[in-house]
Design a protein around this ligand. Structure first.
Ligand SMILES: [Cu+2]
Length: 637
């Protein structure tokens, strides 16, 4: 019988584009894989597959993940030499989080009632969950997270289509390479990895602060399956003192208090099949390399849930958790309030950062991995009123949005329902007039220009005609320098949400036109600056049609034929990172590059092999086996 290591290798070879030089990979795989990626003008339709078992909407209650609690100590203690700048940012809190397999109840009725096999996270005295517990992190408060892989060994998990070999990326954390959750820094069942999150803004620039981050699996070739299995959760970064985003509505910006009135919502579409004797189980299509769509819309992994809200303001952190669907979100209320039954959102962030000013918007567009925090004000509603969250973007295949719109009445458009109940106390939250300006673009620091073209070749998803090879460095970036990257969609029909790790970028141009963040186009098609917008009397303000994020982001949406130009700079750490398509099915097949931050003056343009014989997996700083980790599977000894 094959050993676990053999199976892992087999898994790698099967997913395998990362192991071969690009030319050989393309040549060898072309004959076998050409059917996987259809021609540009013929994306494969996913309709026609048997639907998931029925599930009545608004029967499941929204799951709100618990808040992570620190532990007093870790045994063995963390190894300071495994981390960059560890002593300088000595952890002030220690956490332990365990990756486990469990039955998760997506819906309380019918074939869903007994639960579906899932992977997720468990910590402290909490039950395991997906999404996992939410970190309440703070600038100025470094933490260390010990992540233990307590999943069953290969071949022994009920989630048979994912790989119990894991690495966890803190999406868009400003994180040292060894703690970033690089795709090759994986651990197997029974092992652990220490992540050091220093929690300071890039370049110590307060304008580079972040707010809504999330953690998710990033295993090379298996990201889609492992995130789809449930390995995701939120990491919320608050400001360090009594100013700004404190998490307390009585201080700073007075945003609704965490965690009671500040709630993260991960949107994921899941496909189920009813298995005799096992009920509804999650279906993963390993043969589909276009992208996967589910027909059951989940919020925090409950199918179309309801949530009781007090008649007051809330902050919701909307996250598109993939794997492949794009969303455009709208609200609809059961009766007209303030003259409308289509209330707007008040958007306060785009991806990981605060906007200069809040934006009133009718719709919110989210590519996979993107976040927008919104304030929703239920204070004008009466107990018994209902507000529905809809997705009106139609999508029938992995190519991206079809261009058609769903109607509010379409059952597929419903994501969740907010049920208004009386307020239980005073609402001391406010909506500030302004947050933080964008960080500056300093063109004098630009050392290089690079162009990345996202396309496909021989059944594989490519960047600059190459597939992912973790032993090839596609870009060497001088530490502390800035660069301008042009991200180009080479396909005529495919949409790609492109994510680069470590720092957020500033948008310079979209399709050749300079990006003008100060301009908003409202629903009456008037163009006006944010300042002009807010100078209007409140009753004269009209929402924007749809909010696509601000100037600063960590994901660039490349719709068919799009080209965007972005500015980035890379201070503080050295080491290996990645850029990839966040349609995680594209990422796994193998639309990803490795780029490294190198010492100033040692940067390079032409791809080169990893020095020193290019081991597939580099020497790992900290991954000893935990004896008797308590889950019952314990891993190999
Ligand atoms: Cu893509």
């Amino acid at each position: 019988m094959a050993t676990r290591r053999d199976l892992l290798k087999l898994g790698l070879v099967a997913g395998g584009t990362g192991l071969l030089p690009p030319g050989r990979a393309a040549a060898q795989h072309k004959e076998f894989l050409k059917f996987l990626c259809p021609p540009d003008d013929r994306p494969r339709e996913l309709d026609g597959q048997p639907p998931s078992p029925p599930a009545r909407p608004f029967v499941a209650e929204l799951f709100v993940p618990p808040v992570m609690q620190p532990v007093a100590s870790l045994s063995p203690p963390p190894d300071p030499s495994a981390h960059q700048r560890y002593e300088e940012f000595a952890p002030r809190k220690l956490y332990q989080i365990n990756e486990t397999e469990f039955l998760w109840q997506y819906h309380p009725e019918g074939p869903y009632a007994n639960g579906s096999w899932s992977w997720g996270f468990q910590s402290g005295g909490y039950e395991p969950s997906t999404p996992g517990p939410t970190y309440q992190a703070r600038y100025g408060e470094p933490v260390l997270v010990r992540r233990v892989n307590n999943l069953p060994t290969v071949g022994h998990s009920n989630v048979f289509w994912a790989l119990p070999s894991t690495t966890s990326h803190l999406h868009n954390g400003h994180t040292a390479s060894e703690s970033d959750g690089n795709p090759v820094d994986w651990i197997d069942s029974g092992e652990y990895w220490d992540h050091h999150y220093a929690n300071f803004p890039a370049g110590f620039d307060p304008l580079q602060k972040l707010t809504t981050l999330w953690y998710h699996d990033h295993r090379l070739d298996f990201t889609a399956s492992n995130v789809y299995a449930g390995l995701a959760g939120f990491y919320l970064l608050f400001d360090e003192d009594d100013a700004g985003d404190t998490g307390d509505e009585n201080t700073g910006w007075h945003l609704p208090s965490f965690p009671k009135y500040d709630i993260p919502l991960i949107l994921q579409d899941i496909k189920f099949a009813e298995i005799p004797g096992e009920g509804a189980q999650v279906v993963f299509d390993a043969w589909n390399t276009d992208g996967m769509l589910g027909d059951r819309m989940t919020v925090n992994r409950r199918i179309t849930p309801y949530f009781q809200v007090e008649a007051r303001k809330y902050r919701f952190r909307l996250l598109n958790g993939g794997p492949s669907r794009f969303y455009e979100l709208f609200l609809r209320s059961s009766r007209k309030v303030n003259g409308t039954d289509e209330p707007p959102f008040i958007a306060i962030t785009g991806d990981g950062n605060f906007l200069p000013q809040p934006v009133l918007t009718q719709g919110i567009f989210l590519g996979v991995g993107q976040r927008v925090d919104v304030i929703m004000d239920f204070s004008a509603y009466k107990p018994g009123d209902q507000i529905f969250l809809h997705n009106l973007l139609a999508q029938t295949n992995g190519a991206g949005p079809s261009g058609a719109r769903l109607r509010f009445s379409d059952p597929q458009s419903f994501l969740m329902r907010f049920d208004v109940v009386p307020a239980t106390g005073p609402d001391n939250s406010r909506i500030p007039d302004s947050f933080r300006p964008w960080p500056a673009v300093d063109l004098a620091d630009v050392k290089r220009h690079r162009t990345w073209t996202f396309d496909y070749e021989g059944g594989l998803w490519t960047i600059n005609n190459r597939v992912m090879d973790p032993n090839r460095i596609d870009a060497g970036i001088d530490q502390n320098s800035a660069e301008i990257w042009t991200l180009r969609n080479g396909g005529r029909n495919w949409s790609h949400p492109i994510h680069s790790h470590f720092v957020e970028f500033l948008l310079l141009a979209v399709n050749g036109k300079p990006y003008k963040p100060s301009h908003i186009q409202d629903v009456d098609d008037r163009e006006l600056t944010v300042v002009e917008y807010f100078q209007q009397a409140p009753e004269k303000r009209r929402p924007v049609r749809s909010f696509f994020g601000g100037k600063r982001r960590d994901i660039a949406i490349l719709l068919p034929g799009d080209e965007v130009k972005v500015y980035m700079r890379w201070p503080d750490f050295l080491g290996k990172y990645v850029m990839h398509c966040h349609n995680v099915v594209h990422e796994d097949h193998a639309m990803m590059i490795r780029w490294d931050i190198v010492e100033p003056g040692k940067g390079f343009d032409t791809p080169r092999d990893v020095p020193g014989g290019a081991p597939h997996v580099e020497v790992r700083p900290a991954a000893p086996t935990i004896e008797d980790s308590g889950s019952g599977n314990g891993g190999e000894k």
